[in-house]
Design a binder for this molecule. Structure first.
Ligand SMILES: NC(=O)C1=CN([C@@H]2O[C@H](COP(=O)(O)OP(=O)(O)OC[C@H]3O[C@@H](n4cnc5c(N)ncnc54)[C@H](OP(=O)(O)O)[C@@H]3O)[C@@H](O)[C@H]2O)C=CC1
Ligand SMILES: CCCCCC/C=C/C(=O)O
Length: 505
């Protein structure tokens, strides 16, 4: 059954929404201690949505103290895993019940197209919250093979207070990627959403309280990276930070850890992902459709966007013809209109950054296959530049917009070498009818995910994260995400009844 409503129905929901505007700490909405606020606007219309608490280090201290108390007194960490599961499943049900409201709030706040908000962001939230909730009471500890005279248990314990600093491109999705496994493992959390897109995280915290999550377990502190993100990273009482965002900010979190308490750090960072199409690829129309999905979905505001098309010379012209047709079918405009596949860039600053690459591509003299224009200072057309050099900034920079660079190669080996010629290593796709080549490519490409004859993001069951400068310290999703929110402890029990003088009792 489709969850998609009509534009008119979405407009009616938008008109009726009340936006959360305060941080959520210790089970209650609270203003910033300084009383400061910042405005949040709809990037598609410029409409002012609400003023949100502009928290600072003192609010972070308060939230961490409450999260610490909630962790140490065991109200969550020592709850029976089955009870944690029930509460998290309740949250998932409440999200389902409020799905349209959350989808509209997400779209208004971020500029994302409503059909993606419904079918991807909200649906995945529901699914992932359930998946990790269900996992929490099904993980067994281990014993080590230490021989007959001892028993050694290897147990997993929740890490403690987890700080999560989130990006703006998938506000709900990145929230659930972090909170579902961390909460299922028994951790408590202090979460900073991106300033541009804080609304749905606040609403989720409210729903979590309604679902029965104890006070202090999930705290959302709103504000800027400098005023909230940095204090979380430097906090002496935060045991771990999980971050998704740019590589340059990720680097800072490693420094924060080194300069404070050596907290565990997990980073999910940028990408400049190759989509390799070899001469023998079959079903060109399908390949073209996948190439466009990789490059343009979520307006290209996606760390795993396939933004480099590395195509072998023999198939290039035929493929580009079809890619052009598919690219032109991606409708751009009002994010609340379910017909549109691309919405607004997240804010004016980001719009200008992406737009500058349209200018750079044209000035470099690359062939503009399609697109190339911005619309109303808000939207960017799906754009393809052909003839791009892999060394060019168009092919090296994470543009985070719907711009695809086409790089032509003459052989399989050259394709692999160009694919790996980047500082990043998040994702890659390879299209070929030759299974051996596909597997050789999957082995050779230094990336956390390689998809074969399709573009994809994996799912709840598969780890997501990067090689090289795309990631550090762990993986989101799958059972491995759960592992990273736990510490391993060895408990060794000597079975010998040995006395102090060495005799056996
Ligand atoms: N891998 C990914 O999924 C993402 C990659 N990016 C890439 O990064 C580029 C820039 O986007 P931007 O939003 O600036 O990304 P950032 O990496 O700077 O932002 C991500 C999060 O980190 C916070 N943050 C920013 N500065 C600091 C700091 N000094 N200390 C602690 N936390 C901080 C941000 O806060 P706030 O912004 O609220 O001040 C936000 O919550 C994009 O164009 C894109 O290329 C961006 C987002 C996601
Ligand atoms: C349906 C799954 C969508 C996954 C999107 C992953 C993007 C992550 C990021 O940009 O950080």
């Amino acid at each position: 059954m489709s969850n998609i409503l009509t534009l008119q129905e979405y407009e009616a929901i938008a008109a009726s929404l009340t936006f959360p505007s305060m941080s959520f700490i210790d089970g209650a909405f609270r203003p910033a201690k300084s009383g400061k606020t910042f405005a949040t606007t709809n990037p598609a219309t410029g409409q002012h949505l609400t003023d949100i608490a502009a928290c600072g280090p003192e609010d972070v201290d308060f939230a961490v103290a409450k999260a610490r108390q909630a962790f140490d007194d065991g109200r969550w960490s020592k709850l029976h895993p089955n009870e944690r599961k029930e509460i998290l499943i309740n949250l998932s049900k409440l999200v389902k019940r409020n799905r349209h409201e959350l989808a509209v709030m997400e779209s208004l706040d971020s500029g994302k197209p409503i059909s993606d908000c419904e079918n991807i962001d909200v649906d995945e939230f529901i699914h992932l919250m359930n998946w990790h909730a269900e996992l929490g009471d099904k993980i067994y500890d281990q014993t080590a093979p230490v021989g007959p005279d001892a028993v050694s248990m290897i147990v997993r314990e929740p890490v403690g207070v987890v700080g999560a600093v989130l990006p703006w491109n998938f506000p709900l999705l990145m929230l659930v990627w972090k909170i579902a496994p961390a909460l299922a493992a028994g951790c408590t959390m202090v979460v900073k959403p991106a300033a541009q897109t804080s609304l749905t995280a606040l609403r989720i915290a409210e729903l979590a309280a309604e679902a029965g999550l104890p006070k202090g377990v999930l705290n959302i502190v709103t504000g800027s990276g400098a005023e909230v993100g940095e204090p979380i990273g430097l906090h002496q009482d935060v045991d771990m930070v999980t971050f998704t965002g740019s590589t340059s900010t990720g680097r800072r979190f490693l420094r924060y850890s080194a300069d404070s308490n050596m907290k565990k750090v997990v980073l999910e960072l940028g990408g400049k992902n190759p989509c390799i199409v070899l001469d023998d690829a079959e079903d060109i129309d399908y390949v073209a459709q996948q190439v466009c999905a990789a490059a343009f979905w979520n307006m290209g505001e996606n760390c795993s966007a396939g933004s480099r098309l590395i195509v072998q010379s023999g198939i290039k012209d035929k493929l580009l013809e079809r890619v052009k047709v598919h690219a032109r079918s991606w409708k751009v405009g009002n994010p609340l209109d379910p017909q549109n596949a691309l919405g607004a860039m997240v804010d004016k600053g980001h719009f200008s950054k992406v737009e500058s690459y349209l200018t750079k591509g044209k000035e470099a003299g690359y062939t503009l296959v399609t697109g190339g224009e911005s619309i109303d200072g808000t939207y960017i057309q799906p754009t393809i530049f052909d003839g791009v050099q892999n060394s060019d900034e168009l092919a090296q920079d994470e543009i985070f917009g719907p711009i695809l660079s086409v790089i032509t190669v003459n052989s399989f080996d050259e394709a692999l070498s160009v694919a790996n010629d980047t500082d990043y290593g998040l994702a890659a796709s390879v299209f070929t009818a030759n299974t051996k080549k596909a597997l050789r490519a999957a082995q050779a490409i230094k990336a956390g995910t390689v998809t074969v004859n399709c573009f994809g993001e994996g799912d709840a069951t598969t780890p997501f994260g990067g090689y090289k400068q795309s990631g550090f310290g762990g993986r989101d999703n799958s059972i491995h995400a759960h592992d990273q929110y736990t510490e391993l402890k060895t408990i060794w029990i000597d079975l010998n009844d040995t006395t102090v003088d060495g005799s056996i009792d």
